[in-house]
Design a protein around this ligand. Structure first.
Ligand SMILES: Cc1cc2nc3c(=O)[nH]c(=O)nc-3n(C[C@H](O)[C@H](O)[C@H](O)COP(=O)(O)OP(=O)(O)OC[C@H]3O[C@@H](n4cnc5c(N)ncnc54)[C@H](O)[C@@H]3O)c2cc1C
Length: 824
């Protein structure tokens, strides 16, 4: 019995010391005291006592005598570390070091501070931003006919271009002193969201000048003269910018671009011997390129004649070039997935630019890659997440309404469990996307430039958009497939691969960037160790290593404890269901931190090449981020009870997926012993997280199957057309009429069950119901109105055969927006 108590005591003391990160001196003292206790009270054999001292004394010396430890342990480890760690190229270093670390770093500690999370500012708009969204953005959305843009004009209308320029849509990130709108990230995101909810082509056209490109680069790195000249022109649309990085040989690996600039002197604008750069390039896929007047160009600069210094290979450099400069070939268009935003190739042959066209001037030559990486993240965190959220909102609202009014087997299809499950995925994912969008833009607005978070939201929101739009297609059936002005989903469906590919193609972003950059930048000790190793600084390496070791021990102790207690003793800022989700997420966060350590310990630098493992660990980090965003979003909304089904679905789905991804990591870690150990330390009692229950899914789907406050909040920010003939307005109308007709239909059904009316479809006996007094005239009119509204929204467009063949132009010019519907 005494033995058991002693064992429990030893386990408790060791566990507490590990969890609380006891100092090296405390470990030395407690281990020494334990040894003496053992000798005094248990009288071990002399040999055992000798072995214990032989183990204890060097251990105590290593723990307490820093110079000894550094010489005998740390220095050899540092040498080995420097040998095995893969060398980092300058471009990799620039990418890794870009931006700031934010909440992602809390997640890496395995101990997220929920009070800190809840204390972050919520996304906000100032009155001017709100007025712009309610005014010019609303007006712009009303001007856009996506079918006209994508099918007939293959371009925005001249009025739309003009309006966008005049009202400052291209200068949202430009400060007011240069004539721009100087919007917050949240406002910028909400403008893109609203426009993209009407038309992807228009959304992309607004996105690009405000994302990574000339304006952003000038603001961060331009000379005063460059800013004073270009920013006002970009703000008012005098100059249309594009940014050309990608070429035929340099896509994802853009740093390998073969485009060159050579420093030279030549006559320019009548002046002899002007110092400048002779450029040759071939770029493609450049958005706004075909209509751009100002080309931002990335190229590799060389100085073979040493005109500006000792270095011959100067490196990637960025310049701004008017597109009418001699030698530039620009204007041809690509045709990206039937969208009609401007996108095309451009080439330059022996194009000469004076040195002052380099962004930031001559002193910034060779710094282009770092400049790009530093400017990449906030654009990536704003535009594509906004576009993806727009898709989610639109699908939730429109497909929910469609599922409520479309009847098959005499029932609205939304009542079938199969549809309800898919609809719940649309709605739940929209909730997650909306939360992550706001969470991240609010971070940018509070001064962060979170590079890992930007990769997370870019990847996960575009992927969720893919899920949501595909699901929408399945629910809409033929209505989603038949193209035409009535179809509100097909162009978005076609556009899915664009979001997936641009601003860091998704496979690369998932497998290489999120965890790769996350582990390096956000891990509490890894970067310190890498820097110390880089500088061969044994003292700094020793300090980082000791802290890292105690961090790992703490993680293991806490993970085992919370694993065995089911996370019930983990802290949460609130109680009830909400508290359960905080606790679960904290536990999974701990499991992630332990798994990360074990993967790093067992694979070291080679983890970088294990893209599948890195991708899964990146998924876990990302899902923890999304889960935090959901909790924060709910908190910012005042934790309303009517949102609980969404919170429940989103958190449960995220937690289950995190758990499964972690198990996929265990299944694939090459060292099977480490894998088994990690599984044991993180999930000692098996898999506690389950998928969302069917009932949860159905309550989530219900939220969009009828009008209501949650539906309005969920879809807030998307454009709701003022034109009653627009497909979305008709769906809303049909939904309201269907819901209004429900009680009368129920009365008819009841009368059928009671035998007052013959059994059958209640919609088929409106007249008899009315004549027998089962329903009133007004109720009968309500049912008829609902049927008529439904008839409109279930229609698809029909085209004369010629339209789809040669005489397309003649047909399309004869129709105007909305006319096709009026012919019904
Ligand atoms: C509509 C559109 C607009 C664009 N606008 C612009 C613009 O304005 N300016 C500009 O400069 N560029 C622009 N781009 C280019 C865009 O950034 C590139 O398409 C993107 O970088 C990917 O390059 P790629 O298409 O050549 O694909 P590739 O680089 O050939 O990649 C093919 C696949 O390989 C994957 N892959 C590559 N390397 C790895 C790796 N190490 N590990 C795992 N997977 C990997 C990628 O994820 C991708 O799935 C645009 C592209 C499109 C389609």
């Amino acid at each position: 019995m005494n033995g058991i108590i002693e064992l429990l005591l030893v386990v408790t003391v060791i566990g507490l010391m590990m969890a609380r990160r006891a100092s090296r001196y405390l470990w030395t003292g407690v281990l020494g005291a334990g040894l003496i206790y053992w000798i005094v009270f248990h009288h071990p054999a002399a040999m055992a006592e000798l072995v214990a001292w032989v183990l204890y004394v060097p251990l105590a010396a290593l723990l307490t005598l820093t110079p000894l430890r550094r010489r005998s342990i740390t220095q050899p480890l540092l040498t080995a570390y420097r040998r095995v760690m893969p060398a980092m190229s300058d471009t990799e270093r620039a990418a890794l070091e870009a931006g700031t670390v934010w909440w992602e770093a809390d997640l890496f500690t395995g101990q997220p501070d929920w009070q800190r999370l809840r204390g972050f500012p919520a996304p906000r708009l100032n009155p001017e931003e709100q007025a712009f969204i309610d005014g010019p953005v609303e007006e712009l959305c009303g001007m856009i006919d996506d079918w006209e843009i994508t099918e007939e004009l293959r371009d925005l209308t001249p009025e739309t271009w003009d309006y966008m320029k005049r009202r400052g849509f291209f200068g949202m990130i430009i400060p007011r002193r240069y004539g721009g709108l100087e919007f917050s990230a949240n406002a910028h995101s909400l403008v893109v969201l609203k426009v993209a909810s009407v038309s992807i082509s228009a959304g992309v056209t607004v996105m690009v000048p405000n994302s990574l490109g000339p304006a952003k680069l000038l603001l961060s790195y331009g000379t005063e003269a460059q800013k004073d000249y270009y920013l006002p022109r970009l703000a008012n649309g005098t100059d249309i910018p594009c940014f050309a990085l990608t070429g035929p040989e340099a896509g994802s690996d853009a740093a390998s671009m073969p485009d060159t600039g050579v420093v030279c002197r030549q006559t320019h604008d009548g002046k002899a011997d002007v110092l400048g750069i002779r450029l040759n390039w071939e770029k493609r896929y450049i958005t706004l390129g075909p209509v751009a007047t100002l080309l931002g160009l990335a190229f590799h600069l060389y100085d073979p004649d040493h005109l500006i210094g000792e270095k011959e290979d100067i490196g990637i450099t960025l310049a701004l070039i008017p597109t009418n400069t001699p030698g530039i070939e620009i204007g041809s268009r690509h045709f990206p997935m039937n969208q009609s935003f401007m996108n095309g190739p451009n080439r330059g042959k022996d194009v000469f630019i004076p040195m002052d066209r380099v962004i930031g001037g001559q002193e910034r030559v060779g710094m282009g890659w770092r400049m790009l990486m530093n400017c990449l993240s906030d654009g990536r965190a704003i535009s594509l997440p906004a576009l993806s959220t727009a898709a989610g909102k639109k699908m939730s609202r429109a497909v929910g309404a469609y599922a409520a009014v479309r009847k098959q087997f005499r029932l609205p299809i939304g009542k079938f469990e199969g549809i309800s499950e898919v609809l719940a995925r649309i709605v739940g994912n929209t909730y997650v996307m909306n939360a992550a969008r706001g969470f991240t833009t609010a971070a940018i607005d509070s001064g962060e430039d979170p590079s890992v978070a930007s990769a997370i939201v870019k990847y996960h929101l575009t992927e969720r958009m893919r899920v949501v739009v595909n699901d929408a297609m399945d629910i809409l059936g033929g209505c989603g497939i038949s193209m035409g002005p009535r179809n509100f989903v097909a162009r978005g469906y076609e556009a899915l691969p664009i979001g997936i590919t641009v601003e860091g193609a998704n496979i690369l972003t998932r497998n290489l960037i999120i965890f790769g950059q996350g582990a390096t930048r956000c891990h509490p000790y890894l970067y310190r160790e890498m820097q110390a190793a880089d500088q061969n600084d044994v003292a700094a390496f020793d300090a980082a290593l000791c802290s890292h070791a105690s961090h790992i021990m703490s993680l293991i102790a806490r993970s085992l404890f919370h694993g065995l207690s089911g996370g019930r003793l983990q802290g949460a800022p609130v109680g009830g269901t909400r508290g359960r989700h905080y606790r679960r997420l904290a536990r999974l966060c701990l499991a992630f931190a332990v798994t990360t350590e074990m993967a790093l310990l067992s694979l070291g630098g080679s983890l970088k090449r294990k893209e599948s493992l890195s991708g899964r660990l990146g998924d876990v980090l990302s899902l923890l981020y999304l889960g935090s965003a959901v909790l924060k979003h709910h908190h910012d909304h005042g934790e309303p009870d009517d949102e609980l089904p969404l919170l429940e679905w989103a958190c449960t789905d995220l937690q289950f997926t995190i758990q499964e991804r972690l198990h996929e990591v265990f299944d694939n870690l090459p060292n099977r012993f480490v894998a088994a150990l990690t599984r044991l330390m993180t999930f000692p009692l098996g898999r506690p997280c389950k998928r969302p229950r069917d009932a949860h899914g159905h309550s989530v789907a219900e939220l969009v199957l009828s009008p209501g406050a949650v539906r309005e909040r969920l879809t807030q920010g998307m454009y709701l057309p003022a034109d009653a003939n627009a497909p979305l307005a008709r769906l809303d109308d049909a939904l309201e009429k269907a819901i209004a007709a429900e009680p009368a239909l129920r009365t008819l059904r009841r009368a059928m069950q009671e035998g007052t009316l013959p059994r059958g479809d209640p919609e088929a006996c409106i007249d008899s119901g009315q004549s027998t007094g089962v329903i009133t005239e007004q109720e009968a009119a309500g049912i008829r109105a609902a049927i008529a509204a439904r008839r409109i929204v279930i229609q698809v467009d029909e085209f004369p055969p010629e339209y789809l063949t040669k005489e397309h132009a003649a047909w399309s010019s004869s129709r105007t927006a909305g006319k096709a519907d009026q012919s019904m």
